[in-house]
Design a protein. Structure first.
Length: 300
């Protein structure tokens, strides 16, 4: 435990360990990814993809290692027992900070298949990490607002085609598709600007989860609905590195895949989009109420 060190020094040390872990595993990852690129055959992919996943899981274990070394975190977690690392899951969570990703990876690593995130298209140019995300088949998506899609309805089809292409790869080996329904990190300013009807959440966006269900809903064993609460406030990335992840509450609910929405045409059917919106709003109302209860329990 190095948490006794001054926060700035701890932050620098944690950052160096994070970078060292990246440069330890990404070159190995790229070696196998290049083999898969040169030999684009299904048999090669079936042989290489599990190796890439194993490398990524080792990478995540390295992150968990430096987190344990630099953090003195109190974990309050329920709902992760009995999950199957050999099946497919659609994972949804609220989103407040970059630390969410480390929390999710730490808790789910090797308990379920590797989390695959939908990533903003412009992030593929991030040095080193862009290559790693490409090697791991993280789909790069151009995200359009609903107003833009109303003006350019042809883009709905392109988003759907890109998602289907990504999900074809996901269908080959067990995968967990990760989705943040809010589409961005929660901040009070965004909450006010949206006039969000939820106390602790931004308005949810159904598009990503709908496209994933449309593309491979019959593969998913269940939906894992994750609620993350930071009783002392969500740390920003630097605060997280400085060891200020004091307490984390995580609740995971296993939900059935909604069969009536699984194969419906979200891109072209307005009634389907409304049905998804109703389902997502109810999910978000329940999550908002759960966050209130969890926060209240920490104040007693």
């Amino acid at each position: 435990m190095l948490n006794f060190l001054p926060a700035p020094l701890l932050g620098i040390l944690a950052f160096l360990l994070l970078v060292l872990n990246v440069f330890c595993w990404v070159p190995i990852l790229m070696l196998f990814a290049v083999v898969r690129l040169i030999l684009p055959f299904k048999a090669v992919r079936l042989a290489i993809d599990p190796i890439l996943v194993a490398i990524a899981e080792a990478w995540i274990s390295g992150n968990s290692g430096w987190m344990k070394l630099t953090q003195r975190t109190e974990w309050d977690v329920e709902g992760i027992a009995g999950l199957d690392p050999h099946n497919w899951y659609l994972v949804n969570s609220n989103h407040q900070t970059w630390a969410d990703i480390f929390v999710l990876q730490h808790l789910f690593n090797r308990r379920i298949p590797l989390l695959k995130f939908f990533i903003k298209d412009q992030l593929k140019w991030v040095p080193v990490m862009g290559l790693a995300w490409w090697a791991l088949d993280f789909p790069f998506m151009r995200r359009h607002s609903e107003d833009y899609l109303k003006q350019h309805p042809e883009m709905r089809g392109k988003d759907q085609a890109a998602t289907r292409k990504a999900c074809e790869k996901f269908a080959l080996i067990p995968t967990s598709v990760m989705n943040f329904l809010e589409g961005t990190r929660f901040t009070p300013a965004k909450h006010q600007r949206q006039a969000s009807p939820y106390r602790h959440l931004l308005k949810p966006k159904a598009g990503g989860i709908a496209l994933a269900l449309n593309a491979m809903g019959d593969r998913f064993q269940a939906i894992l609905d994750v609620t993350i609460v930071y009783p002392d406030g969500a740390p920003n990335f630097w605060e997280f590195l400085c060891g200020r992840l004091r307490r984390v509450i995580v609740r995971v609910q296993i939900l059935p895949v909604p069969a009536h929405l699984m194969k419906s045409d979200y891109a072209n059917d307005a009634a389907t989009r409304e049905a998804f919106a109703v389902w997502v709003r109810q999910l978000w109302q329940d999550k908002d109420a759960q966050i209130s209860v969890l926060l209240e329990s920490t104040r007693r």
